[in-house]
Design a protein around this ligand. Sequence first.
Ligand SMILES: [Zn+2]
Length: 436
Amino acid sequence: MADQVLLIRGGTVVDETGERPGDVLVTGGRITAVGAGLEVPAGATVLDASDCLVAPGLVDLHTHLRQPGQEEAETVETGARAAALGGYTAVVAMPNTDPPIDSAAVASQVLELGRGAVCQVAVAGAITVGRAGARLAPLGELAALGVRLFTDDGAGVQDSGLMRRAFEYAGGLGVTLAQHCEDNSLACGGHMHEGEWSSRLGVPGIPAAAEEVMVARDIALVRLTGAPVHFLHLSTSGSVALVAAARAEGLPVTAEVAPHHLSLTHAELAGYDPLFKVNPPLRTAGDVEALRQGCRAGVVDAVATDHAPHPQEAKDAPLDQAPPGLLGLQTAWPVTLAALTDVGMTPAGVLALLSWQPARIAGLHPDQGGEQGGPVVAGAAANLCVLDPGATWTVEPDRLASLSRNTPWAGRTLTGAVRHTVYRGEPVVTDGEARR
Ligand SMILES: [Zn+2]
Protein backbone atom coordinates (compact mmCIF):
# COMPACT_ATOMS: atom_id res chain seq x y z
CA MET A 1 0.00 0.00 0.00
CA ALA A 2 1.60 3.21 -1.15
CA ASP A 3 -0.06 5.36 1.52
CA GLN A 4 0.68 3.02 4.43
CA VAL A 5 2.08 4.71 7.55
CA LEU A 6 4.55 2.80 9.74
CA LEU A 7 6.29 3.79 12.94
CA ILE A 8 9.36 1.68 13.75
CA ARG A 9 9.67 2.43 17.42
CA GLY A 10 12.32 2.11 20.10
CA GLY A 11 15.34 0.85 18.18
CA THR A 12 18.90 1.98 17.51
CA VAL A 13 19.34 3.34 14.00
CA VAL A 14 22.56 2.09 12.37
CA ASP A 15 23.82 3.19 8.95
CA GLU A 16 27.04 4.32 7.30
CA THR A 17 26.92 7.65 9.18
CA GLY A 18 26.95 5.97 12.60
CA GLU A 19 24.39 4.93 15.17
CA ARG A 20 21.87 6.71 17.41
CA PRO A 21 18.65 5.79 19.19
CA GLY A 22 15.62 6.77 17.16
CA ASP A 23 12.16 6.00 15.86
CA VAL A 24 11.63 5.87 12.11
CA LEU A 25 8.42 7.09 10.50
CA VAL A 26 7.56 5.75 7.06
CA THR A 27 4.84 7.22 4.86
CA GLY A 28 4.00 6.25 1.32
CA GLY A 29 7.13 4.19 0.78
CA ARG A 30 9.59 6.78 2.07
CA ILE A 31 11.15 7.66 5.40
CA THR A 32 9.49 10.89 6.55
CA ALA A 33 11.02 11.39 10.00
CA VAL A 34 13.78 9.94 12.19
CA GLY A 35 14.11 10.92 15.85
CA ALA A 36 13.61 10.00 19.47
CA GLY A 37 10.05 9.74 20.80
CA LEU A 38 8.12 10.34 17.59
CA GLU A 39 4.34 10.56 18.04
CA VAL A 40 2.22 7.74 16.63
CA PRO A 41 0.19 9.20 13.76
CA ALA A 42 -3.48 8.17 13.52
CA GLY A 43 -3.86 4.90 11.63
CA ALA A 44 -0.16 4.07 11.76
CA THR A 45 1.12 0.51 12.12
CA VAL A 46 3.64 0.37 14.96
CA LEU A 47 6.57 -2.02 14.57
CA ASP A 48 8.36 -2.66 17.85
CA ALA A 49 12.14 -2.28 17.54
CA SER A 50 13.13 -2.43 21.19
CA ASP A 51 16.54 -4.12 21.68
CA CYS A 52 16.93 -3.99 17.88
CA LEU A 53 19.09 -2.35 15.25
CA VAL A 54 17.17 -0.45 12.56
CA ALA A 55 19.33 -0.46 9.46
CA PRO A 56 19.17 -0.11 5.70
CA GLY A 57 18.00 -3.45 4.27
CA LEU A 58 20.68 -6.03 3.55
CA VAL A 59 21.88 -6.40 -0.05
CA ASP A 60 23.03 -9.79 -1.35
CA LEU A 61 25.51 -9.71 -4.22
CA HIS A 62 25.24 -13.43 -4.86
CA THR A 63 21.87 -15.21 -4.96
CA HIS A 64 20.87 -18.18 -7.10
CA LEU A 65 17.14 -17.86 -7.72
CA ARG A 66 17.11 -20.81 -10.17
CA GLN A 67 14.45 -19.27 -12.42
CA PRO A 68 14.17 -19.85 -15.34
CA GLY A 69 14.91 -23.54 -15.60
CA GLN A 70 15.09 -25.07 -12.15
CA GLU A 71 11.85 -23.95 -10.54
CA GLU A 72 11.65 -27.10 -8.41
CA ALA A 73 14.70 -25.79 -6.47
CA GLU A 74 13.71 -22.11 -6.14
CA THR A 75 11.78 -19.36 -7.90
CA VAL A 76 12.15 -15.61 -7.90
CA GLU A 77 9.13 -15.44 -5.61
CA THR A 78 10.32 -18.00 -3.01
CA GLY A 79 13.93 -16.84 -3.10
CA ALA A 80 12.84 -13.24 -2.55
CA ARG A 81 10.71 -14.35 0.40
CA ALA A 82 13.71 -16.15 1.92
CA ALA A 83 15.71 -12.98 1.33
CA ALA A 84 13.14 -10.76 3.07
CA LEU A 85 13.05 -13.18 6.03
CA GLY A 86 16.84 -12.84 6.17
CA GLY A 87 16.62 -9.03 6.35
CA TYR A 88 17.42 -8.43 2.67
CA THR A 89 15.68 -5.77 0.61
CA ALA A 90 17.71 -6.47 -2.53
CA VAL A 91 19.44 -9.42 -4.14
CA VAL A 92 21.52 -9.82 -7.28
CA ALA A 93 20.32 -12.89 -9.17
CA MET A 94 23.16 -14.95 -10.65
CA PRO A 95 22.98 -15.75 -14.37
CA ASN A 96 23.61 -19.52 -14.26
CA THR A 97 19.96 -20.27 -14.98
CA ASP A 98 18.61 -22.38 -17.84
CA PRO A 99 18.69 -20.61 -20.24
CA PRO A 100 21.43 -18.43 -18.73
CA ILE A 101 21.06 -14.66 -18.41
CA ASP A 102 23.22 -13.93 -21.44
CA SER A 103 20.67 -11.94 -23.47
CA ALA A 104 18.34 -9.00 -22.99
CA ALA A 105 15.37 -11.36 -23.40
CA VAL A 106 16.25 -13.58 -20.43
CA ALA A 107 17.40 -10.63 -18.29
CA SER A 108 14.08 -8.89 -18.97
CA GLN A 109 12.17 -12.04 -18.01
CA VAL A 110 13.90 -12.27 -14.60
CA LEU A 111 13.59 -8.52 -13.98
CA GLU A 112 9.87 -8.75 -14.78
CA LEU A 113 9.41 -11.65 -12.32
CA GLY A 114 11.30 -9.56 -9.77
CA ARG A 115 8.83 -6.69 -10.02
CA GLY A 116 6.26 -8.74 -8.12
CA ALA A 117 8.71 -9.99 -5.48
CA VAL A 118 9.05 -8.93 -1.83
CA CYS A 119 12.54 -7.51 -2.38
CA GLN A 120 14.35 -5.80 -5.21
CA VAL A 121 15.72 -8.30 -7.72
CA ALA A 122 18.68 -7.04 -9.74
CA VAL A 123 20.33 -9.40 -12.21
CA ALA A 124 23.92 -10.17 -13.09
CA GLY A 125 24.53 -10.93 -16.75
CA ALA A 126 26.86 -13.59 -18.13
CA ILE A 127 30.28 -12.54 -19.43
CA THR A 128 30.22 -15.14 -22.21
CA VAL A 129 27.47 -16.61 -24.36
CA GLY A 130 25.97 -19.62 -22.58
CA ARG A 131 28.61 -19.12 -19.86
CA ALA A 132 30.65 -21.34 -22.16
CA GLY A 133 33.78 -19.20 -22.02
CA ALA A 134 34.22 -18.91 -25.79
CA ARG A 135 32.49 -15.71 -27.01
CA LEU A 136 31.56 -12.49 -25.22
CA ALA A 137 27.87 -12.03 -24.34
CA PRO A 138 26.16 -8.80 -25.51
CA LEU A 139 27.29 -6.82 -22.46
CA GLY A 140 26.14 -3.50 -23.94
CA GLU A 141 22.62 -4.77 -24.57
CA LEU A 142 22.42 -6.04 -20.98
CA ALA A 143 23.96 -2.86 -19.54
CA ALA A 144 21.22 -0.88 -21.31
CA LEU A 145 18.70 -2.78 -19.14
CA GLY A 146 20.52 -1.63 -16.01
CA VAL A 147 22.74 -4.70 -15.49
CA ARG A 148 25.81 -3.54 -13.52
CA LEU A 149 27.57 -6.84 -12.74
CA PHE A 150 28.66 -9.56 -15.14
CA THR A 151 29.86 -13.04 -14.26
CA ASP A 152 29.91 -16.60 -15.55
CA ASP A 153 29.45 -17.68 -11.92
CA GLY A 154 29.58 -21.41 -11.47
CA ALA A 155 32.60 -21.22 -13.72
CA GLY A 156 35.56 -18.90 -14.07
CA VAL A 157 36.47 -17.46 -17.47
CA GLN A 158 39.43 -19.69 -18.34
CA ASP A 159 40.74 -17.92 -21.45
CA SER A 160 42.95 -14.99 -20.40
CA GLY A 161 42.77 -13.27 -23.80
CA LEU A 162 38.98 -13.40 -23.78
CA MET A 163 38.95 -12.10 -20.20
CA ARG A 164 41.16 -9.20 -21.27
CA ARG A 165 38.68 -8.28 -24.00
CA ALA A 166 35.82 -8.57 -21.51
CA PHE A 167 37.60 -6.13 -19.17
CA GLU A 168 38.17 -3.67 -22.03
CA TYR A 169 34.53 -3.89 -23.10
CA ALA A 170 33.21 -3.64 -19.51
CA GLY A 171 35.48 -0.69 -18.72
CA GLY A 172 34.03 1.23 -21.65
CA LEU A 173 30.48 0.49 -20.52
CA GLY A 174 31.12 1.41 -16.89
CA VAL A 175 30.07 -2.02 -15.60
CA THR A 176 31.96 -4.45 -13.34
CA LEU A 177 33.09 -7.99 -14.07
CA ALA A 178 32.63 -10.39 -11.15
CA GLN A 179 34.82 -13.47 -11.27
CA HIS A 180 34.19 -16.95 -9.91
CA CYS A 181 37.89 -17.70 -9.47
CA GLU A 182 38.51 -21.32 -10.37
CA ASP A 183 41.13 -22.68 -12.74
CA ASN A 184 39.51 -25.78 -14.22
CA SER A 185 42.79 -27.53 -14.95
CA LEU A 186 43.59 -27.45 -11.22
CA ALA A 187 40.10 -27.91 -9.77
CA CYS A 188 38.74 -30.48 -12.18
CA GLY A 189 37.52 -33.67 -10.49
CA GLY A 190 37.75 -32.27 -6.94
CA HIS A 191 34.89 -32.42 -4.46
CA MET A 192 36.39 -30.72 -1.40
CA HIS A 193 39.43 -28.71 -0.28
CA GLU A 194 42.71 -30.45 -1.07
CA GLY A 195 44.43 -30.92 2.26
CA GLU A 196 44.54 -32.96 5.41
CA TRP A 197 40.88 -34.00 5.32
CA SER A 198 40.73 -34.89 1.62
CA SER A 199 43.76 -37.17 2.13
CA ARG A 200 42.23 -38.77 5.18
CA LEU A 201 38.87 -39.32 3.45
CA GLY A 202 40.32 -40.35 0.10
CA VAL A 203 38.30 -37.70 -1.75
CA PRO A 204 39.87 -35.83 -4.71
CA GLY A 205 40.59 -32.25 -3.66
CA ILE A 206 40.52 -28.71 -5.04
CA PRO A 207 43.74 -26.92 -4.07
CA ALA A 208 43.75 -23.32 -2.83
CA ALA A 209 45.89 -22.58 -5.88
CA ALA A 210 42.91 -23.27 -8.19
CA GLU A 211 41.37 -20.06 -6.84
CA GLU A 212 44.52 -18.04 -6.29
CA VAL A 213 45.96 -18.35 -9.81
CA MET A 214 42.80 -16.79 -11.24
CA VAL A 215 42.73 -14.02 -8.60
CA ALA A 216 46.35 -13.23 -9.50
CA ARG A 217 45.65 -13.35 -13.25
CA ASP A 218 42.65 -11.04 -12.99
CA ILE A 219 44.58 -8.56 -10.86
CA ALA A 220 47.19 -8.48 -13.65
CA LEU A 221 44.40 -7.88 -16.20
CA VAL A 222 42.94 -5.06 -14.07
CA ARG A 223 46.40 -3.49 -14.02
CA LEU A 224 46.59 -3.88 -17.82
CA THR A 225 43.11 -2.59 -18.68
CA GLY A 226 42.18 -0.26 -15.81
CA ALA A 227 38.74 -1.89 -15.60
CA PRO A 228 37.40 -2.94 -12.18
CA VAL A 229 36.95 -6.48 -10.94
CA HIS A 230 34.82 -7.91 -8.15
CA PHE A 231 35.92 -11.27 -6.76
CA LEU A 232 33.10 -13.60 -5.79
CA HIS A 233 33.19 -15.88 -2.72
CA LEU A 234 36.94 -15.80 -1.94
CA SER A 235 37.89 -18.72 0.28
CA THR A 236 41.65 -18.78 0.89
CA SER A 237 44.18 -16.80 2.91
CA GLY A 238 46.29 -16.45 -0.25
CA SER A 239 43.40 -14.77 -2.08
CA VAL A 240 42.97 -12.26 0.75
CA ALA A 241 46.69 -11.44 0.58
CA LEU A 242 46.52 -10.92 -3.20
CA VAL A 243 43.53 -8.56 -2.86
CA ALA A 244 45.23 -6.63 -0.05
CA ALA A 245 48.30 -6.09 -2.23
CA ALA A 246 46.20 -5.03 -5.24
CA ARG A 247 44.29 -2.53 -3.11
CA ALA A 248 47.52 -1.14 -1.66
CA GLU A 249 48.57 -0.55 -5.25
CA GLY A 250 45.36 1.42 -5.85
CA LEU A 251 43.77 -1.04 -8.26
CA PRO A 252 39.94 -1.08 -8.54
CA VAL A 253 39.45 -4.48 -6.90
CA THR A 254 36.57 -5.47 -4.59
CA ALA A 255 35.93 -8.79 -2.91
CA GLU A 256 33.22 -10.75 -1.16
CA VAL A 257 33.27 -13.76 1.13
CA ALA A 258 30.41 -16.09 2.06
CA PRO A 259 29.12 -16.65 5.61
CA HIS A 260 29.91 -20.38 5.47
CA HIS A 261 33.55 -19.68 4.56
CA LEU A 262 33.75 -17.42 7.64
CA SER A 263 32.53 -20.14 9.94
CA LEU A 264 32.97 -23.73 8.69
CA THR A 265 36.04 -25.77 7.76
CA HIS A 266 36.74 -28.86 5.64
CA ALA A 267 36.44 -30.95 8.81
CA GLU A 268 32.64 -30.76 8.25
CA LEU A 269 33.13 -33.24 5.40
CA ALA A 270 34.34 -35.94 7.83
CA GLY A 271 31.03 -37.79 7.44
CA TYR A 272 31.01 -37.41 3.63
CA ASP A 273 27.85 -35.28 4.00
CA PRO A 274 27.04 -33.56 0.67
CA LEU A 275 25.28 -30.76 2.61
CA PHE A 276 28.77 -29.36 3.21
CA LYS A 277 29.85 -29.67 -0.42
CA VAL A 278 30.17 -26.18 -1.84
CA ASN A 279 32.24 -24.44 -4.48
CA PRO A 280 34.69 -23.01 -3.58
CA PRO A 281 35.01 -25.69 -0.91
CA LEU A 282 35.15 -25.21 2.85
CA ARG A 283 38.84 -24.70 3.62
CA THR A 284 41.13 -24.79 6.66
CA ALA A 285 40.81 -23.05 10.03
CA GLY A 286 43.69 -20.82 8.92
CA ASP A 287 41.74 -19.73 5.86
CA VAL A 288 38.65 -19.02 7.99
CA GLU A 289 40.77 -16.83 10.26
CA ALA A 290 42.35 -14.99 7.30
CA LEU A 291 38.92 -14.26 5.78
CA ARG A 292 37.67 -12.93 9.12
CA GLN A 293 40.75 -10.74 9.47
CA GLY A 294 40.26 -9.58 5.87
CA CYS A 295 36.76 -8.41 6.80
CA ARG A 296 38.01 -6.67 9.92
CA ALA A 297 40.83 -4.94 8.03
CA GLY A 298 38.55 -3.72 5.24
CA VAL A 299 40.24 -5.85 2.54
CA VAL A 300 36.98 -7.75 2.06
CA ASP A 301 34.16 -5.39 1.07
CA ALA A 302 31.09 -7.59 1.35
CA VAL A 303 29.63 -10.76 2.77
CA ALA A 304 27.46 -12.42 0.10
CA THR A 305 25.44 -15.57 0.59
CA ASP A 306 25.99 -17.67 -2.56
CA HIS A 307 22.48 -18.95 -1.69
CA ALA A 308 22.37 -22.09 -3.86
CA PRO A 309 19.18 -24.14 -3.50
CA HIS A 310 19.17 -27.76 -4.69
CA PRO A 311 16.33 -30.30 -4.66
CA GLN A 312 16.53 -32.91 -1.92
CA GLU A 313 17.18 -35.82 -4.29
CA ALA A 314 20.21 -34.03 -5.77
CA LYS A 315 21.74 -33.45 -2.33
CA ASP A 316 20.93 -37.04 -1.27
CA ALA A 317 23.43 -38.31 -3.86
CA PRO A 318 26.89 -39.50 -2.78
CA LEU A 319 29.48 -36.77 -2.18
CA ASP A 320 31.16 -37.20 -5.57
CA GLN A 321 27.84 -36.89 -7.44
CA ALA A 322 25.95 -34.24 -5.42
CA PRO A 323 25.98 -30.68 -6.78
CA PRO A 324 27.88 -28.06 -4.76
CA GLY A 325 25.95 -25.35 -2.93
CA LEU A 326 23.96 -24.53 0.17
CA LEU A 327 21.21 -22.18 1.33
CA GLY A 328 22.26 -18.87 2.82
CA LEU A 329 19.70 -16.07 2.77
CA GLN A 330 17.87 -16.77 6.04
CA THR A 331 20.99 -17.51 8.08
CA ALA A 332 23.53 -15.01 6.70
CA TRP A 333 23.13 -12.28 9.26
CA PRO A 334 23.43 -14.37 12.46
CA VAL A 335 26.21 -16.54 11.02
CA THR A 336 28.21 -13.49 9.91
CA LEU A 337 27.56 -11.65 13.17
CA ALA A 338 28.93 -14.56 15.20
CA ALA A 339 31.99 -15.01 12.98
CA LEU A 340 32.95 -11.34 12.92
CA THR A 341 32.17 -10.30 16.48
CA ASP A 342 34.62 -13.11 17.27
CA VAL A 343 37.40 -10.95 15.75
CA GLY A 344 36.20 -7.79 17.46
CA MET A 345 33.92 -6.26 14.83
CA THR A 346 30.88 -4.27 15.93
CA PRO A 347 27.34 -4.97 14.65
CA ALA A 348 27.64 -1.73 12.62
CA GLY A 349 30.85 -3.00 11.03
CA VAL A 350 29.11 -6.25 10.16
CA LEU A 351 26.19 -4.35 8.62
CA ALA A 352 28.60 -2.38 6.42
CA LEU A 353 29.61 -5.72 4.86
CA LEU A 354 25.99 -6.85 4.46
CA SER A 355 24.25 -3.63 3.39
CA TRP A 356 25.84 -0.41 2.20
CA GLN A 357 29.13 -1.75 0.85
CA PRO A 358 27.49 -4.45 -1.30
CA ALA A 359 24.84 -1.89 -2.35
CA ARG A 360 27.65 0.22 -3.83
CA ILE A 361 29.27 -2.76 -5.60
CA ALA A 362 25.87 -3.63 -7.12
CA GLY A 363 25.30 -0.01 -8.18
CA LEU A 364 22.15 0.16 -6.04
CA HIS A 365 23.24 2.82 -3.50
CA PRO A 366 21.42 6.20 -3.47
CA ASP A 367 24.75 7.87 -4.45
CA GLN A 368 24.43 5.89 -7.70
CA GLY A 369 20.74 6.61 -8.24
CA GLY A 370 19.54 3.48 -6.41
CA GLU A 371 17.45 2.95 -3.30
CA GLN A 372 19.47 0.43 -1.26
CA GLY A 373 21.94 0.73 1.60
CA GLY A 374 21.70 4.50 2.02
CA PRO A 375 21.49 6.47 5.27
CA VAL A 376 18.29 6.19 7.30
CA VAL A 377 17.13 9.80 6.89
CA ALA A 378 13.94 11.62 5.95
CA GLY A 379 13.40 11.51 2.21
CA ALA A 380 15.13 8.17 1.65
CA ALA A 381 13.33 5.14 0.25
CA ALA A 382 12.04 2.92 3.07
CA ASN A 383 14.06 -0.24 2.48
CA LEU A 384 14.91 -1.26 6.02
CA CYS A 385 15.57 -4.19 8.30
CA VAL A 386 15.01 -4.45 12.04
CA LEU A 387 17.49 -6.90 13.56
CA ASP A 388 17.55 -8.35 17.06
CA PRO A 389 21.21 -9.20 17.75
CA GLY A 390 20.42 -11.02 21.00
CA ALA A 391 17.55 -13.30 19.95
CA THR A 392 18.31 -16.99 19.52
CA TRP A 393 16.55 -19.44 17.21
CA THR A 394 17.06 -22.96 15.98
CA VAL A 395 17.24 -23.59 12.24
CA GLU A 396 14.47 -25.94 11.12
CA PRO A 397 14.91 -26.69 7.40
CA ASP A 398 11.18 -27.40 6.91
CA ARG A 399 10.33 -23.93 8.14
CA LEU A 400 12.62 -22.06 5.73
CA ALA A 401 10.92 -20.14 2.92
CA SER A 402 13.17 -21.61 0.24
CA LEU A 403 11.79 -24.47 -1.87
CA SER A 404 14.97 -26.38 -1.03
CA ARG A 405 16.24 -27.67 2.32
CA ASN A 406 20.00 -27.82 1.87
CA THR A 407 21.08 -25.72 4.84
CA PRO A 408 24.29 -26.63 6.67
CA TRP A 409 22.82 -25.06 9.81
CA ALA A 410 19.96 -27.55 10.32
CA GLY A 411 19.32 -28.08 14.01
CA ARG A 412 21.89 -25.49 15.08
CA THR A 413 20.96 -22.58 17.33
CA LEU A 414 21.96 -19.16 16.00
CA THR A 415 22.11 -15.83 17.82
CA GLY A 416 20.66 -12.91 15.88
CA ALA A 417 17.21 -12.79 14.34
CA VAL A 418 15.37 -10.65 11.82
CA ARG A 419 12.35 -9.08 13.49
CA HIS A 420 10.96 -6.97 10.64
CA THR A 421 11.80 -6.17 7.02
CA VAL A 422 10.31 -3.16 5.26
CA TYR A 423 10.48 -3.04 1.47
CA ARG A 424 9.38 0.13 -0.31
CA GLY A 425 7.46 1.11 2.79
CA GLU A 426 5.64 -2.19 3.12
CA PRO A 427 6.27 -4.46 6.14
CA VAL A 428 7.00 -7.66 4.18
CA VAL A 429 8.25 -9.39 7.35
CA THR A 430 6.81 -8.63 10.77
CA ASP A 431 7.86 -10.39 13.97
CA GLY A 432 9.85 -12.86 11.92
CA GLU A 433 6.91 -13.91 9.73
CA ALA A 434 6.52 -13.15 6.03
CA ARG A 435 3.37 -11.26 5.12
CA ARG A 436 3.00 -13.05 1.77
ZN1 LIG B 1 30.55 -19.17 -7.82
